[in-house]
Write a protein that binds this ligand. Sequence first.
Ligand SMILES: Nc1ncnc2c1ncn2[C@@H]1O[C@H](COP(=O)(O)OP(=O)(O)OP(=O)(O)O)[C@@H](O)[C@H]1O
Ligand SMILES: [Mg+2]
Length: 317
Amino acid sequence: MMPVLDIQGLTVDFSTTEGIHYVLKNVDLNVNKGEIVGLIGESGSGKSTLAMTVLDINSRNRKRSGSIRFMNEELINAGTQRMRELRGRHIGFVPQSSMNALNPLVRVSKQFTETIKDHINMPAQQMLELTEKTLEMVAIDPSRVNSFPYEFSGGQRQRIMIALSMLLSPKLIIADEPTTALDATVQSKIIDLLKEVVEQKHTSMLVISHDLHTISRICDRIYIMYAGRIVETGSTEQIMHHSEHPYTQKLLASRLPLMSEHVKVKGISGKPPSTLMEYSRCEFLERCDRASVICKTKRPPECIDNVRVACHLGEGT
Ligand SMILES: Nc1ncnc2c1ncn2[C@@H]1O[C@H](COP(=O)(O)OP(=O)(O)OP(=O)(O)O)[C@@H](O)[C@H]1O
Ligand SMILES: [Mg+2]
């Protein structure tokens, strides 16, 4: 089966006055038709950079190499015009902190119809109908279509952004931290909504989060990212119940069970490495309590082809 999104060997760095930030390192990741794929990692691991590089909205000072195929089309050499066509029409995007991404001074109806106009010629009445129908899908009362964004709650605005991302039935939706900054009950509803959207719109989704526990229940497969690399990948079952990378295991242990009242992220001790350095050893070495001699001398394998775990543990077993 042809993947909807097929990223291979994606390497991204940014040159700044401080030096070069090495942000993504040889990343392989794919999303198949109808799948919901999770991309999980700590703050600063490179998740949003991956999303923005696919959409090509972070090109300033950026150097990238590798391959990004969307529906078999190579996006690395696609021009700005082609990327503009794809964004919003074929690839939907729910940006991080998106509940604040709507223009507060422009009515919701107008923000939706502008998006349609950017891509498709449609009579005004039909644009309104499509907008109302899409708002209904995310449980926003369509009679409020002419309200301003500030008249909605944060959770409602997040729903509106999800509606906007799926408005033109894209083949792929990239949702960057769609539930962060929402309280636990609303979070849970948004997660369910994402699954409904994928099923009803026959689309595929890459969903980004720092919280493995919250997102896992809707994911078919998961990629774990650490310091710009994929360190483990597998089915949700493999990741949640048979993880092998010490980082994944720490992520899993770093939070109380989902159902507990006061869900609190404990975090993992130690800090992720600086993006200003190129590492010849495993980036997780300093924080790993299972490291052995080989970790100090040899880089671990990379999550490419059939390698699921970027760790010396389990090699040769
Ligand atoms: N244009 C840029 N110039 C310099 N550094 C950048 C640039 N874009 C991203 N970075 C750096 O890349 C790293 C990864 O950032 P990114 O936003 O992708 O992380 P993230 O995983 O999405 O984190 P969070 O969970 O906090 O959203 C950070 O150290 C960030 O400062
Ligand atoms: Mg981010």
